[in-house]
Write a protein that binds this ligand. Structure first.
Ligand SMILES: [Zn+2]
Ligand SMILES: [Zn+2]
Length: 359
């Protein structure tokens, strides 16, 4: 029996409870978790904004040590440190054949599997494939990547979602160039990673925007040169900070219509807005036809940072080893499994950066 955070049904509170985990079958890997980050997507799964089969063990951002491997697994061995990748690509579908592995149509097939049993025998699904809110988990081999050399195992948990997403939003989706100005909306785990990525990209002015005035220090430590508390005048304030033009690039890490619209309005004529936040169907963003023409701006979505973890993790690890990317600066709270419901409440209240479950 191992302990895990189980979502019994959409909208129900998480249960921190014992589960039975089988030994890894062919092509599977069993991992003892070292740490797991609490991501806003876990909250979105629990309240139904995003859907996976339930009951499910949530948690999709984690790292740990390989306990055992099933038949045919050769890229990792017991004792290896690994990062979990919740969106493994199949290599065979149409997006994969185009090299857009982050759009793989088969990435979440594993969510339908039964990977464990509750103490009362109920079948449990692995949330977003990896069920990281548990002392141990069993995942498909493509969901594990070796921890890059020089990255501490606990901190490596953040690589699997927040860091790849923020890194990729800046370097792949928005393609921020040296000297450009950037605004980042939402200073949570992904927002903080995005700020650090913008700093590494050589952005000149980096504006962080959040509803909370309390995150300024956190944002500045991650690379923000300016801090704006979100209000009706945010776009005007950002234009004022950029010589009246607006920023070259806005990255929206919230997933709300009003924030997406403000991010778009904060960019210069010809500017680019990348939406990383995941919102609900009720969030309708409206534009009039004349302004789309007049401003000549670009608005794009971004999935998992448009990243290929196998390619991007070694690059990010280089920046971590050289001290340019600070994983520890993303974590504002270290908690146990029992602290996850509290971390959800803090996210709803807009508090803090990343809460990290340390096992
Ligand atoms: Zn996530
Ligand atoms: Zn694919």
């Amino acid at each position: 029996m191992i302990r895990a955070a189980v979502l019994p049904a959409v909208g129900a509170p998480l249960e921190i409870t014992g589960i039975e985990l089988p030994e890894p079958g062919p092509g599977q890997v069993r991992i003892r978790l070292a740490a797991a980050g609490v991501c806003h997507s876990d909250l979105s799964l629990s309240n139904g904004t995003m859907r996976v089969p339930v009951p499910a063990v949530l948690g999709h951002e984690g790292a740990g040590t390989v306990v055992s491997v099933g038949e045919g697994v050769t890229h990792v061995a017991p004792g290896d440190g690994v990062v979990l990748n919740w969106a493994p690509s199949c290599g065979a579908c149409h997006p994969c054949s185009l090299g857009e592995v982050w759009l793989c149509v088969n990435a979440l097939n594993g969510a339908a599997n039964v990977h464990a049993r509750a103490a009362d025998g109920r079948a449990l699904h692995p949330g977003l494939n990896v069920a990281a809110f548990a002392e141990e988990t069993v995942v498909a081999a493509p969901c594990v990547l070796p921890v890059p050399e020089g990255v501490p195992l606990t901190d490596a948990a953040l690589l699997g979602c927040a860091v790849l997403t923020g890194w990729g939003a800046v370097h792949h989706a928005a393609r921020v160039r040296q000297g450009e100005t950037v605004a980042v909306f939402g200073v949570g785990g992904v927002g903080l990673a995005t700020l650090q990525a913008a700093r590494i990209a050589g952005a000149s002015t980096i504006v962080a925007v959040d509803v909370s005035p309390e995150k300024e220090e956190l944002a500045r430590a991650a690379g923000a040169t300016e801090y704006v508390v979100a209000s009706e005048t945010t776009a005007r304030e950002i234009r004022k900070l950029t010589g009246g033009h607006g920023v070259d690039v806005a990255v929206e890490c919230v997933g709300r219509a009003v924030t997406i619209r403000t991010a778009w309005e904060s960019t210069r004529r010809g500017g680019r807005t990348t939406v990383v936040g995941i919102g609900g169907k009720d969030q309708q963003v409206t534009f009039n036809a004349l302004e789309i023409f007049h401003w000549g701006r670009t608005l794009t979505g971004c999935v998992y940072g448009n990243s290929d973890p196998a390619v991007d993790l070694p690059v990010i690890a280089g920046h971590i080893r050289d001290g340019r990317f600070d994983l520890g600066a993303l974590v504002t709270e270290r908690i146990t499994l029992d602290g996850i419901p509290g971390a959800f409440d803090a996210m709803l209240a807009g508090k803090g950066g990343r809460a990290l479950v340390v096992f």
